[in-house]
Design a binder for this molecule. Structure first.
Ligand code: SF4
Length: 491
């Protein structure tokens, strides 16, 4: 049977789509590329996103669109939106299977159950027995208004304690391999639904991560990106006996600082830093990139240890969201601008030519002109390499949904434009400072007559080459910059 995936949302979702593809492919299913119009899929799986109301709307639109284009296909909605709104999706006539977050891990079995159920029902079920709910609290099977039985399988992720390990997967973005190291988030920022969709922090075992990276390295990948929902929390959920086991296995002293709930990102026995130290030892991997982290993780000790690892890229995505303390408080972010600035300074002290990038939300409920100006000033002081600007969008079911003083769309647009201009200005300045320097670039692909790649600090570099230089790390002399990209020649 032919299966087509459509993925919405973040890197973690992309990773999980890839893992599901590999699982189904091993099971004899044929995977069709998303843009392949030559083959008709028997099964369409939409890996949905729930991060904003807009993302949910897009997920619903995609489910309808895919059914319209493939009326005979089995349509599956899985992922975050399916997890938080199973009843809503269950009602959609276009959808045949609703599967939550954990269910991605056995999507093959769910599909087989569905096929069996419908095969049997076509033979055995009388029309009277249709529309009948069968099954347990969490798993139910239901007929839709036409002829098929639906399957709804969404387990209670909020009480899930174990990381659902997909095993060795190869998910790549150009020449970078993306590795999922944890799931879930315990931070409960007031605007975010993700902790409800993904549950509590669950970390993947170091053995499993290292095994996957070793396999990826053997395939010739040189760069890995560690991803997850809140990777700064990596290891906080490990049981004491596991911490002891991992520490012994990887040669750390027996004594360690026990996990302190108040300092939950910087204490505990086997955390992100220990994991990174082990990944750094893997032969063949030359670059390690860390996904989005938060300032509370950045202590002098953490960065000092990190700076000793030769493969860590000098680029950190340090999520800020607002440069105003009052707004940060309403967002339930757990740091102040002063603490953030301290973290940025520590990183800059230990890493040369480091680029810091960030995410900012404008127009958060109650954000006055004065508050926005504070953010603008703070951003001007920190001077990020690049800022991703998001206009606040209400998410049903969050604390911020009920907050007073929701901001007018026009104001959000104006604030967003101002920050985009500021971001572009800084990026251009940083890029101009790189002209005339030599730097190493990992080339990814050919585009418009140029080979394109990234420096360790995540600047984009273009060079002309007669040879295929993709997946090679080469020395480049930077000769110019244009439209926020660098140009150069191979040294
Ligand atoms: S840290 Fe905040 S924004 Fe990020 S996933 Fe957790 S709750 Fe959402």
């Amino acid at each position: 049977m032919k299966v087509k995936f459509i993925t919405l949302g973040c890197k973690t979702n992309q990773y999980e789509t890839n893992a599901m593809e590999q699982r189904l492919s091993n099971d004899g299913f044929e995977i069709i590329k998303e843009d392949d119009k030559t083959k008709i899929p028997d099964i369409c799986i939409v890996n949905t996103c729930s991060v904003t109301n807009i993302a949910e709307r897009k997920s619903r639109q995609m489910l309808r669109k895919i059914k319209e284009a493939n009326p005979n296909a089995i349509v599956i909605a899985c992922g975050c939106y399916a997890q938080v709104a199973k009843e809503e999706i269950e009602k959609m006539p276009e959808v045949d299977i609703v599967a939550g977050i954990n269910e991605k891990n056995h999507i093959d079995e769910i599909i087989k159950n569905y096929l069996k159920l419908n095969e049997n029902s076509n033979k055995n079920l009388s029309s009277n027995s249709k529309n009948k709910i069968i099954g347990s609290k969490d798993t139910k099977m239901k007929t839709n208004k036409e002829t098929k039985n639906k399957i709804v399988e969404v387990s209670d992720v909020m009480h899930e304690k174990d990381f659902q390990d997909f095993g060795t997967t190869t998910y790549t973005e150009s020449t970078r391999a993306v590795i999922k190291i944890q799931d879930g988030c315990d931070r409960f920022c007031s605007y975010c639904i993700i902790p409800y969709a993904r549950g509590k922090v669950r970390s993947r075992s170091p053995e499993s991560i290292i095994q996957e990276i070793k396999a990826i390295s053997k395939k010739g990948y040189k760069e890995v990106v560690l991803t997850g929902i809140h990777i700064a929390s990596y290891g906080k959920d490990f049981k004491d006996e596991n911490v002891k086991k991992y520490r012994q296995e990887y040669g750390y002293p027996k004594e360690y600082v026990s996990f302190d709930p108040k300092e939950d990102l910087s204490t505990g026995g086997f955390r992100l830093i220990e994991l990174l130290e082990q990944i750094n030892k893997i032969d063949g991997i030359e670059r390690i990139r860390i996904g989005s982290i938060e300032p509370k993780l950045i202590t002098e000790d953490f960065i000092k240890r990190l700076s000793k690892l030769n493969k860590i890229c000098n680029h950190f995505h340090l999520s800020l969201q607002s440069g105003c303390d009052e707004t940060l408080k309403r967002m339930n972010r757990r740091y102040t601008t002063e603490e953030f600035e301290k973290s940025a300074n520590i990183i800059r002290k230990y890493f040369n030519n480091v680029h810091l990038t960030t995410d900012i939300i404008v127009g958060f409920p109650g954000e006055t002109e004065k508050e926005f100006n504070k953010t603008y000033e703070f951003l001007s002081k920190i001077k990020f390499y690049k800022m991703h600007i998001f206009k606040y969008s209400v998410r049903k079911g969050t604390v911020a949904e009920k907050m007073e003083n929701q901001i007018d769309g026009k104001i959000k647009e104006e604030r967003s434009q101002k920050l985009i201009e500021l971001s572009n200005k800084f990026e251009k300045e940083y890029n101009e400072a790189m002209v005339g320097t030599n730097t190493k670039v990992l080339f990814e692909e050919e585009k418009n007559g140029y080979y394109r790649g990234h420096t360790t600090n995540y600047a984009i570099v273009n060079v002309k080459s007669q040879n295929d230089i993709s997946n090679q790390i080469l020395n480049v002399k930077i000769t110019g910059e244009n439209s926020l990209e660098l140009f150069g020649s191979i040294d």
